[in-house]
Design a protein around this ligand. Sequence first.
Ligand SMILES: Cc1cc2nc3c(=O)[nH]c(=O)nc-3n(C[C@H](O)[C@H](O)[C@H](O)COP(=O)(O)O)c2cc1C
Length: 218
Amino acid sequence: MGFKKLDFKEFSKEEMLARSTSFLNDIVSRRTVREFSDRPVPIEVIENCIKSAASAPSGANKQPWQFVIVQDPEVKSKIREAAEAEEKEFYGHRATKEWLEDLNQFGTDWHKPFLEIAPYLIVVFRQIYDVEDDGSHRKNYYVSESVGIASGFLLAALHNAGLATLTHTPSPMNFLGEILERPANEKAYLLIPVGYPDDDAKVPEITKKSFDEISTKV
Ligand SMILES: Cc1cc2nc3c(=O)[nH]c(=O)nc-3n(C[C@H](O)[C@H](O)[C@H](O)COP(=O)(O)O)c2cc1C
């Protein structure tokens, strides 16, 4: 593997400020949506957003991720059924009192109709190791960090395209690997319903920490 000249575009200070302000103003309008419309969305848009995600940095460039795009209504139904079974357990028994208190403000419960309504479910898998042609295993590095960064790119790209997302983590998520028949080296990481929000979609009135709270200058 050789090296090539970096393709880097420099902006003036004014352009940098304008671009960073414009990105900020747009990204702060992203909200997690839990009520989706079933309106169709072109698959090319989803593919572009996944390609954006796949450009993310990763430990030793291992790119330890797999994005499964679910559109088949039968598969979506299976996912909903399995997710609701886990979530019933979670809300009924597994969640601690403190966790349920923290979730109270979102009005969520075990019902997950959006898993059938949203036109796409993107299931992100992390690959805990690679399988070589001879069947041997090869280590991946910083897998969670890498897949987390790629997932952030994905959410930002989908928002930029004008789509709503929910970052969903029905726990545990092993059923996703089973239903989607993924190999043993892949573990489900996030389940992301994607589409237009329902016309009447509401979001909880939450606040984000201030810049001073979340940053320190030295
Ligand atoms: C790793 C992760 C897991 C999440 N899991 C769920 C979930 O299972 N169900 C849900 O309704 N929201 C889930 N959320 C969404 C959060 O509740 C939401 O991001 C948070 O309340 C902030 O709201 P915002 O995304 O609109 O800014 C999750 C978010 C993250 C980052």
